[in-house]
Design a protein around this ligand. Structure first.
Ligand code: ADP
Ligand code: ADP
Length: 223
């Protein structure tokens, strides 16, 4: 069973008003368990809109979003939020780590919010950080880490609650090219080891080529 199915997704901003922008016009996608797909599109094509709809942060005007077999577009906000917290991890171009907390605390926080006991949450956070090569940085606050290290912490945080699906929007877009390649490899290793599915937006053709499949967002459709 696919982890994510998007079918006939339509989205227009400011519908019926003078500034209406038709962004998605029948976008469709199916992500198999363990599959990692690159989402490639020029700026303004609608990548963020698509990722927000797939991540249950926004609703389409038409079409369906299925997460692990469950249709989500017609669920209540409460159920959509619960599904998002349980099934989906997010990574952005900028890490959005909390500056007052250490790396290991940042990774542990989503687990604490989900009710995991503190000792278990911290142990898993420490494991994840070690997995991406920054176990010795666990007690540093974000400001004391390099850009690549900060993004690695953000990857660990996204995976902390063992989601089935990772949605990433230019996860290495803020790093210099050499660092981006290395940090991207770490993200891929983490994704492969945990067996989760991922939809990763990138402008970088080299990174896109390292994924299982590349889809282009073109004229509001995925091809
Ligand atoms: P991308 O992530 O590919 O750069 P976005 O999904 O952010 O594209 O935006 C797609 C289009 O929709 C752009 O033309 C953008 O200006 C427009 N858009 C995005 N969000 C809104 C919004 N909240 N209201 C109106 N227009 C929006
Ligand atoms: P929280 O547990 O912080 O209340 P949610 O359960 O609402 O967060 O969402 C889970 C994840 O979805 C957040 O960690 C964040 O990465 C992402 N997210 C939530 N709201 C937004 C938003 N408005 N725009 C972009 N990403 C968001």
């Amino acid at each position: 069973e696919p982890v994510l199915v998007l079918d006939a997704i339509e989205k227009t901003y400011n519908r019926g008003k003078p500034g209406a922008v038709e962004v998605l016009k029948g976008a469709a996608l199916s992500l198999a368990p363990g599959e990692v797909v690159a989402l490639v599109a020029p700026s303004g094509a609608g990548k963020s809109t698509l990722l927000h709809i797939a991540g249950l942060l926004d609703t389409p005007d038409a079409g369906t979003v299925r997460i692990a077999g469950h249709e989500m577009t017609r669920q209540s906000d409460r159920r959509r939020t619960a599904a998002r917290r349980a099934e989906i991890g997010f990574v952005y171009q900028f890490h959005h780590l909390l500056p007052e907390f250490s790396a290991v605390e940042n990774v542990a926080l989503p687990q604490l919010a989900a009710g995991t006991p503190k000792v278990d949450a911290l142990a898993r956070a420490q494991d994840l950080l070690a997995h991406v090569g920054i176990g010795d940085r666990a007690d540093h606050r974000p400001a004391a880490l390099s850009g690549g290290e900060q993004q690695r912490v953000a990857f660990c945080r996204a995976l902390a609650n063992r989601p089935r699906l990772l949605l990433a929007d230019e996860p290495t877009g803020n790093l210099d090219p050499a660092t981006a390649g290395t940090v991207f490899d770490m993200l891929m290793a983490l994704v492969r080891d945990t067996g989760l599915s991922a939809l990763i937006a990138t402008h970088n053709p080299e990174l896109a080529a390292r994924m299982d499949r590349v889809v282009h967002l073109d004229g509001g459709r995925l091809v």
